[in-house]
Design a protein around this ligand. Structure first.
Ligand code: HEM
Ligand SMILES: *[C@@H]1O[C@H](CO)[C@@H](O)[C@H](O)[C@H]1NC(C)=O
Ligand SMILES: *[C@@H]1O[C@H](CO)[C@@H](O)[C@H](O)[C@H]1NC(C)=O
Length: 344
């Protein structure tokens, strides 16, 4: 009995060391010019395709940025989020947290990947395509440019349970957000900086209905009409916009009511005025732990851009797969081992 335990412990310890080491090596191996020899025009091609897509479909940038977050935060930046459910297997796309991921974002990645497969088949991973697309679109919307290392491999699995287990909800508390980000190695400051991504895009009414329909929700006449941390005219505007949201669940409003089409620091200025849309947005201003960081970014866009750039670079190397831990998918929506789909 005792002998067994003595033997097993060092073996387990060694195994853990190896696993930790492999992760460290994986990150170290991403390099800026990964495709210089194998597909020199790779980045150029992605850039061209996604900026065209952004021009024709202005919701693309926000969608791609959110999909990139969901990819990296759930089981690493490995394109597991892109796998479509099939008749054989469910995927991350089946999770409740994935349901509102916008089609335009997936379409942008598919288009870029199709162009790449014509130029250099089987070379550029879908995880890298998504990372390049997010980087380019942030810059295109006026946000910071940041360096990007490449060489991510695509996942061999996509779990339908993972997104709901790993992603925060729109009503998570700040301590919960801090804990969820800390679990992935992010500081509270990085949480606030990354939340600045809500300077772009939309949220559907169901994500914040609890904040604006308190009387209707059985609160009675005595209930406050809306979350008291909200600016009253803003709450009124949202009540109007979302009047029919239960009948029409597609109704969505801008995350940044002031400058929705621009990647800037106005999201943080909004929070100071009660113009945060999601409960998690506004709570960053209410909570004393994150308030000073919001204050700093609201006052200084350069500081926000610098911190956002550092944090998203860090997000982009989360749980990266290398070598035989992954593959370069031929299609981003299915594993290479799968049989071809039947028809379009
Ligand atoms: C801090 C925790 C976060 C929560 C609770 C959260 C939650 C949400 C929710 C509920 C929506 C609305 C989805 C919809 O109704 O369609 C949304 C949208 C969005 N999120 Fe987050 N998010 C968080 C962090 C992030 C991060 C870190 C990023 C990127 C770095 C990000 C990027 C986006 C973008 C760009 C949109 C707009 C998507 C679109 O217009 O299609 N979010 N988020
Ligand atoms: C938060 O939102 C989720 C899903 O939208 C819901 O199931 C849950 O009850 C909410 N939690 C609270 C405390 O309101
Ligand atoms: C804004 O932040 C940047 C980067 O941290 C800093 O260099 C600069 O001095 C700040 N500007 C002001 C006006 O505080």
């Amino acid at each position: 009995m005792d002998t067994h335990r003595r033997l097993r412990t060092p073996a387990l310890f060694l195994l853990l060391l190896l696993v930790v080491d492999a992760a460290a090596v994986a990150e170290a191996k991403l390099v800026p010019n990964y495709y210089a020899k194998t597909c020199p025009r790779a980045e150029r091609i992605v850039t061209d395709v996604v900026s065209q897509k952004q021009l024709s479909h202005p919701t693309t940038a926000a969608g791609v940025l959110r999909v990139f977050f969901h990819d990296c935060f759930v089981s690493g930046c490995d394109a597991s989020v892109l796998v479509a459910p099939s008749s054989f297997a469910r995927s991350e796309r089946d999770a409740a947290q994935s349901r509102s991921l916008p089609g335009d974002a997936f379409e942008a990645v598919t288009r870029a990947k199709t162009a790449l497969e014509l130029e250099c088949p089987g070379v550029v991973s879908c995880a890298d395509v998504l990372a390049i697309a997010a980087r380019d679109l942030v810059a295109m919307m006026g946000g910071p440019s940041y360096p990007l290392r490449l060489g991510r491999k695509d996942a061999l699995a996509s779990s339908p349970a993972a997104p709901d287990a790993e992603l925060p909800l729109a009503n998570s508390t700040v301590p919960r957000l801090i804990a969820m980000f800390a679990a992935k190695g992010f500081t509270a400051q990085e949480l606030v900086a990354l939340s600045g991504a809500h300077t772009l895009g939309f949220a559907h009414c169901s994500e914040f209905a609890d904040r604006i329909f308190r009387r209707a929700k059985g609160g009675g006449a005595a209930a406050p009409p809306h979350d008291p941390t909200m600016n009253p005219s803003y709450a009124k505007g949202l009540q109007d916009a979302c009047r029919n949201y239960q009948r029409d669940p597609t109704i969505a409003v801008f995350n940044d009511v002031m400058t929705p089409g621009k990647f800037d620091n106005v999201y943080f200025v909004n929070l100071q005025r009660g113009l945060g849309l999601l409960s998690t947005d506004q709570a960053l201003w209410t909570d004393p732990r994150t308030r000073p960081i919001v204050q700093r970014y609201a006052a200084n866009q350069t500081a926000f851009f610098a911190d956002f750039a550092r944090a998203i670079v860090k997000l982009g190397v989360q749980g990266v797969k290398m070598g035989r831990d992954g593959e370069v998918r031929r299609r981003c929506d299915m594993f290479n081992g799968n049989p071809a789909p039947l028809g379009p």
